[in-house]
Write a protein that binds this ligand. Sequence first.
Ligand code: SAM
Length: 251
Amino acid sequence: MPRIAVALLIQAVAVVVLAGLVYLASFWIAPPYNDLLLVGSLSFLTVFLSALLGMASWWLWIQFVFPWSLYLLLLSPLSPWWGLVIALLIVLLFKNAFKEQVPLYLTNAKTRQALAMIGRQNHSRCFIDLGCGFGENVRFMTTVESVVRSVGVETSPLVFWIAKWRSRSYPVEIHPDDLWQVNLAEYDLVYAFLSPKPMATLWLKVQEEMPENGWFVSNSFHVPDVEPDDIWVLNDRRQTHLYLYKIGGKD
Ligand SMILES: C[S@@+](CC[C@H](N)C(=O)[O-])C[C@H]1O[C@@H](n2cnc3c(N)ncnc32)[C@H](O)[C@@H]1O
């Protein structure tokens, strides 16, 4: 079941549990109860249930904020259409968080410098960022002298259009393509900053398609059960780990 469905189900279960608790409480303390107490309890319950089901920490934040956002929206004089607009914007920005379990978070400047260094050291010619976000890495890699082609693919619609617009005056390519449909045969430097979920499958694709002696670099998420050829630990706030895999070519 997609994570978004689990999250919504938990919200629904929490409402039922809270209704039961309110019913029980009414035997001792006469209602009505304070709104903030009720919303706070709902928030607490959803986070508790989500943690119990092993949801990632960023989901816990979403679960926490969700009841409060609904409550504030109900209180506000805004038209309910705004709720729809906000929901639509969230889907357009974070589509892949729901579909692929890959949320949108961005590579920092220090990591980009390191990526460029990897490109320079290996005289990389064709670079691709799989799920390029707003395209910052794709643009930055044009500063690496050996790179003749710098490409990004991105399937979240709004994110793609922002990347495309911001890259309009750079010699780069931004495509609205699914990373699983891209043939990696010509890319000798492939970068991904995704999540633990797709890494095993992505590794199969990378091995199958990338040219011999190319480099696959994954930010923060290693390929399970595969020893990287190198690990760069960066001196940034989050101690970013870059996992470097040299492609050995097909047998
Ligand atoms: C963690 S962000 C990284 C963004 C950018 N690469 C960076 O490092 O700054 C992952 C991006 O991958 C995109 N993404 C996830 N699955 C994808 C897919 N199957 N095809 C294309 N893009 C995808 C998401 O929309 C998101 O923008």
